[in-house]
Design a protein around this ligand. Structure first.
Ligand code: ADP
Length: 265
């Protein structure tokens, strides 16, 4: 094409030269596809509680009108669905905030011991409901790290809550804080937090995709337990912002360990 249309113009000196730019748009297309998938997922996740709500409103206005017992049952279900939508919207807002802040390095100094203790205190009711014991191995005199305290609380809240939800068939969860002098790919010493449960575990095939938005091993189970499928995606962005690493080890039938490593400086 170039030879036919441009070569005579070049030869006649009408065009002094041409510049050809080749751009690989496969990454752009991939990002566009991911954006389309995300919108489709959000729409799908929103539509199911809305369908339930609309159905029950219809029933309450029609066949169940005046039936007090049915009204009470239906209102409970409607309340749960409304709470599900609230959680979804709140997780979507969190995700968009952490994505937009990912390049801004956190500057305040944070104690991970304090973050873990505060998170465990806030999760006490869920720990009691799950009937599991929590074994927390703290690191006395652990150094502080540069971090965003609220975001780090969010990471450990999500991971410990998941251990309680998906590890319920075990009898305990173990949390430990350690210092490691060097880890491949991370600069300098790190603080390493391990959250281990003894529940059902996860098949290896799922592990690489677990931190994708809306990826679930068992969508029905996750939704029944109030999950949005966004928790680990949020964790991954926050850990990236801290220049750290989130790794997951799991064996089906034995349980899972989520490891967060964060640089000390
Ligand atoms: P959800 O809101 O569904 O819990 P997450 O992003 O937190 O979403 O987790 C994604 C999926 O990873 C979950 O739906 C579940 O299938 C799996 N998962 C997360 N943590 C664990 C765990 N400790 N044990 C087993 N499976 C887990």
């Amino acid at each position: 094409i170039l030879r036919v249309s441009v070569a005579p113009l070049l030869a006649a000196g009408i065009l002094p030269a041409i510049l050809v730019t080749l751009r690989d748009i496969s990454q752009v297309e991939e990002a566009e596809q991911q954006r389309r998938d995300f919108v489709a997922n959000v729409s799908h996740e929103m539509r199911s509680p809305l369908t339930v709500l609309a159905g029950f409103i219809e029933t309450l206005k029609g066949p169940a009108k005046g039936d007090l017992a049915a009204t009470e049952t239906f209102l409970d279900i409607m309340e749960r669905e409304a709470q599900r939508m609230t959680r979804l919207v709140s997780d979507l807002l969190s995700l968009s905030r952490v994505e937009s802040e990912e390049r801004v390095r956190p500057r305040t100094q944070v104690s991970l011991s304090e973050v873990l203790r505060a998170t465990l205190a806030a999760l006490r009711p869920q720990v009691e409901d799950a009937g599991l014991s929590v074994d927390f191995q703290d690191l006395p005199d652990a150094p502080t790290i540069p971090g965003d305290r609220d975001q780090l609380v969010q990471v450990f809240h999500n991971l410990i809550e998941n251990a309680l939800k998906y590890g319920a068939s075990g009898d305990k969860i173990e949390i430990s804080l350690n210092r490691v002098e060097s880890l491949p790919g991370l600069p300098g010493p790190v603080l390493k937090v391990c959250i281990r449960d003894f529940g059902d575990g996860i098949d290896a095939i799922h592990l690489p995709r677990l931190t994708e938005r809306f990826y679930r091993v068992d969508g029905h189970r996750s939704r029944a337990m109030g999950g949005t499928g966004l928790g680990l995606a949020i964790c991954k962005h926050i850990v990236n912002r801290h220049r750290g690493r989130l790794s997951i080890r799991s064996t089906r039938g034995e349980g899972s360990t989520f490891v967060v490593s964060l640089p000390i400086s």
